[in-house]
Write a protein that binds this ligand. Structure first.
Ligand code: LFR
Length: 493
């Protein structure tokens, strides 16, 4: 068939991007045509996303893709978990909360006391993150917005609704909410009932690759594009799209480990069935749904957030020489594993503020753990990358043990794949080769799933990954000896 050209919207916590993606001539190509800054905004003590502003930027990006060539489809992926509520007229009911808002403090513990951790895991198979949609909804119980809500839409579904008028919940993202029954593939309505949540607000599920519908006539008019342009449900969870874009040679269950590395690091395996054992629950692994019915068996690791929030804090305090590249370069020369901390400590979750800066939190965690306390930006940066590598080692190994597989390679995709120092440390820590890239794996996954829906000959994930391998180079990092990572791991509880 002739080439397919689509708009891929990929939204991250700190930036949004709209790419043109083209599949044709045995290659997939993407071009970033629009990028905008994103971030949560604090209003009267709460943290919100500017959803309407994001919609405006999405429109600007699609317009740019349409201006520069044919437009056959549109797909949207973003971070997971956060949602908007619609009233019975289909209007947004209040602002969209960020999962880093403190309203969820203590809620998970209450829910676990009510329904039991084992029951919760047996149904949903989801890691206990304090901000899961389930806990956000429980925190919102009794609020005017939740009481008058007709529909809950996760962010990419909300943006898709504004483009097409179609209501639904794309499955890869729905599976992250802890409101989804991973065994039956339906919403966990019994769990909602038990917690007094209005389960009727959960919209019908849809599969990645299905079509939401054509653009609404007024949207098409505003964009100056044909009304027939379809919006395709891609793996709308950015991690699901990123895993599609992993250039693995074998797509057999559990054959490769991946780290989708950005604000968060998602560390795990692609499997063909969930792992819901007691051991998996104790290790607190998540079973999210991937494209084509796969399971993303992974662990959320706090990721480069800790470093980017530290950088923000230093630059607000006008420290000299806190530019990322030079800090990372200096950190590479710094004493290895001098300080390691539990990089998933919940105290690192919330944005850095002048009153409670991120670098000081890192230092406090080190002090609490009896580690050498890092003070300088270089020492703190080294502590963060070492601690990330220790976490990657632990989770790659336990994912493999829990799933009974032995991956021989770790693919690192996303923005963090450009951090060569961290990639090398990851190879060293895991004792496995790291293949780094592509940076834009999520956008590629988005384009590939759209491409297939629009007729490209990509029968399965293996075919999609072949195309990525043919189109993008990866960098290989071999594991080096000489540092005792096992001992470092045992220093972190
Ligand atoms: C990554 C990600 C993670 C999710 C976190 C919060 O961008 O989507 O998978 O746990 O953001 O939504």
């Amino acid at each position: 068939m002739s080439a397919v050209r689509v708009a891929a919207v990929d939204l991250g916590a700190t930036s949004g991007r709209v790419m043109s993606g083209r599949i044709g001539g045995d290659r997939v190509e993407i071009n970033e045509l629009h990028r905008f800054a994103n971030g949560a905004v604090r209003v009267r003590g709460s943290l919100f996303w500017n959803a309407v502003g994001i919609h405006r930027e999405v429109l600007a990006g699609i317009r740019e893709v349409a201006r520069t060539g044919p437009l056959h489809g549109i797909g949207i992926d973003s971070w997971a978990i956060d949602y908007g509520l619609l009233d019975r007229d289909g209007q947004l009911l209040g602002p969209v909360f960020s999962h880093r808002d403190a309203r969820v403090d203590g809620v998970a513990e209450k829910v676990v006391a009510e329904v039991g951790a084992a029951e919760l895991y047996a149904t949903t198979g989801i890691q206990q993150l304090p901000f899961n949609t389930l806990y956000q909804l429980v925190a919102a119980r009794g609020t005017a917005a939740l009481e008058s809500a007709e529909t809950m839409l996760l962010l990419p579904d909300l943006l898709g609704y504004w483009l097409t008028g179609a209501i639904g919940a794309e499955r890869t993202n729905a599976s992250t909410t802890q409101l989804y029954d991973v065994r039956s593939g339906e919403w966990a309505t019994d769990l909602c009932r038990a917690l007094g949540l209005p389960w009727g607000i959960l919209p019908p599920l849809r599969d990645p690759g299905s079509v939401l519908g054509p653009l609404l006539p007024d949207v098409a008019g505003e964009l100056g594009v044909s009304e027939g342009v379809p919006v395709v449900a891609v793996g709308s969870h950015d991690t699901a799209s990123a895993v599609v874009g992993v250039p693995a040679e074998s797509s057999a269950s559990g054959d490769f480990a991946y780290i989708s590395s950005g604000t968060w690091s998602l560390v795990g395996l692609e499997l063909d069935a969930p792992v819901l054992t007691e051991e998996a629950r104790e290790a607190d692994f998540t079973n999210e749904i991937g494209v084509d019915g796969t399971v993303r068996f992974l662990k959320n690791v706090m990721g480069l957030w800790v470093l980017s929030e530290s950088l923000r804090s230093w630059s607000e305090r006008r420290y000299a020489d806190v530019e990322l590249r030079s800090l990372i370069a200096a950190a590479a020369e710094f004493e290895p594993l001098r300080t390691v901390i539990d990089i998933n400590d919940p105290r690192l979750l919330f944005p850095s503020t002048a009153a409670d800066p991120m670098p000081e939190r890192v230092a406090a965690l080190a002090a609490e753990a009896g580690e050498v306390v890092p003070h300088s930006p270089v020492a703190i940066t080294r502590c963060i990358v070492d601690s990330l590598a220790v976490a990657y080692r632990r989770h790659v190994r336990s994912a493999a043990a829990l799933a009974g597989t032995s991956p021989q390679v770790v693919h690192v995709v996303g923005g963090g794949s450009q951090n060569e120092v961290l990639c090398q440390l990851t190879a060293d820590a895991c004792g496995l080769p790291v293949l780094a890239g592509p940076v834009e794996a999520a956008a590629l996954g988005n384009v590939l799933v759209q491409g297939r829906a629009l007729g490209a000959d990509l029968p399965d994930l293996a075919a999609m990954r072949d195309l990525v391998r043919r189109s993008y180079d990866v960098r290989r990092f071999e594991p080096r000896d000489g540092v005792d990572w096992a001992a470092a791991e045992s220093r972190v509880s």
